[in-house]
Write a new protein. Structure first.
Length: 97
């Protein structure tokens, strides 16, 4: 498993997939949710206080909340591709030495 993740083709493939997911999430999904530049979704993900999270969500429209529910899977796919890319990068560098 580790040998497979450390291959250059896996590294490049997940870099490309991660880049595509970044563009989709940051420039399409997030702005559509908060009706602005998408920073509201990032603030929600980085808020560790329940009251702050509720305040951020209350600032969104009803359609924005529904859009968030529909596209929440995109955040999970982005996180997964990012994780595999970083693991692949670390293994590629570590096993190369």
């Amino acid at each position: 498993m580790l040998q497979a993740l450390s291959k250059k083709t896996v590294l490049i493939s997940f870099l490309i997939l991660m880049s595509i997911m970044f563009v989709i999430v940051m420039f399409h999904v997030n702005p559509s949710i908060d009706g602005g530049d998408g920073s509201g979704v990032l603030r929600l993900q980085l808020s560790f206080d329940k009251e702050a999270g509720i305040e951020i969500i209350n600032g969104w429209s009803v359609s924005g909340i529904e859009y968030f529910k529909q596209w929440m899977i995109a955040d999970y796919v982005y996180a997964l591709t990012y994780s595999v890319f970083l693991a692949s990068l670390v293994l590629f560098i570590a096993l190369k030495k």
